[in-house]
Design a protein around this ligand. Structure first.
Ligand code: PMP
Length: 290
């Protein structure tokens, strides 16, 4: 496997970063998870814009232009001869000393890993996920804004552990006011009386690229989609629910906190949207090239 690391393409064994890198010492950095389907990278520019915005929000200057980053992603895929892939793009504050001060870090570290995708088992798409609400609240926007896709994922990891401890596959994370923000690595949608709802990102979720693609798709298909306030009650009493994310794509949810959602089976609009999303990802994207 060939890794892009600070301007060079190196074998995996040589792709090493310093133990003084603040990405490792403090989670000081930003990242993206992107996918390529069938020789094309889905919504690459949108992912890169989010990466550069995340970096800006933490005053991290990425030492290359967005266009150069785009080319680095495509070239990494080409060197690995990948047409379908999961792409992990990471920018850290770089090597510093043991203090927090980012000014001591002279040069951000940039690396890109492209790997074969590991999909969720198909039966999860067929049967749907059973999820729970967890005690750990989503980061407050006044602290570390969840709009920033930072390397500091402990908030989500704790929630993921709590979900696993409860025997569930995913977690609903609430914000400090008790509104539904999102899941640990996915956004959530519900369907009620034929209308589609998703928590406004102002409630403290990541503005997912899959989320926006699904909103666009659903509107094109004639559905009303509202980004709005959202409580657990709305999910308990919904007809259907599903999650969206780059890795998961769109996946049905059939139970929350022991309450069956709708009839406890993946709903028809969810299935329609999953199919439409799969078609979309296979029909657009930035060509990887030869
Ligand atoms: N929320 C969180 C916390 C995430 O980490 C992610 C990405 N894995 C998402 C939502 C979904 O975002 P996207 O559709 O851009 O992958």
């Amino acid at each position: 496997m060939i890794i892009y690391l600070d301007g060079k393409f190196v074998p995996e064994e040589e792709a090493k970063v310093s133990v003084f890198d603040h990405g490792l010492l403090y989670g000081d950095g930003v990242f993206e998870g992107i996918r390529a389907y069938n020789g094309r990278v889905f919504r690459l520019t949108e992912h890169l814009v989010r990466l550069y915005n995340s970096a800006k929000a933490i005053l991290l200057e990425i030492p290359m232009s967005l266009e150069e980053m785009e080319e680095a992603v495509l070239e990494t895929l080409r060197r690995n001869k990948l047409k379908d892939a999961y792409i992990r793009l990471v920018v850290t504050r770089g090597k510093g000393d043991l203090g927090l001060d980012p000014k001591k870090c002279c040069k951000p570290t940039v690396f890109i890993i492209t790997d074969a995708i590991s999909l969720y088992p198909e039966e999860m798409y067929k049967n749907g996920l059973k999820i729970v609400t967890v005690p750990t609240r989503r980061n407050a926007p006044e602290a570390v804004n969840p709009n920033i896709k930072s390397l500091n994922y402990l908030n989500n990891i704790l929630a993921k552990i709590e979900a696993a401890n409860a025997g569930a596959q995913e977690a609903i994370m609430l914000n400090n006011e008790g509104y539904v923000a999102e899941c640990t690595g996915d956004n959530i949608f519900i369907i009620k009386d034929g209308k589609i709802y998703t928590p406004s990102t102002a409630l403290g979720g990541l503005p997912g690229i899959t989320r926006s693609a699904v909103i666009e798709l659903a509107r094109k298909m004639g559905y009303t989609v509202e980004e709005t306030f959202f409580t657990r009650y709305d999910i308990y009493t919904a007809d259907e629910a599903f999650l969206t994310g780059t890795a998961a794509e769109a996946i049905p949810v059939v139970e929350l906190d022991g309450r069956a959602i709708g009839n406890g089976k993946p709903g028809p609009i969810t299935q329609e949207l999953i199919a439409a999303y799969r078609e979309l990802v296979n029909s657009e994207g930035t060509p990887i090239g030869e």
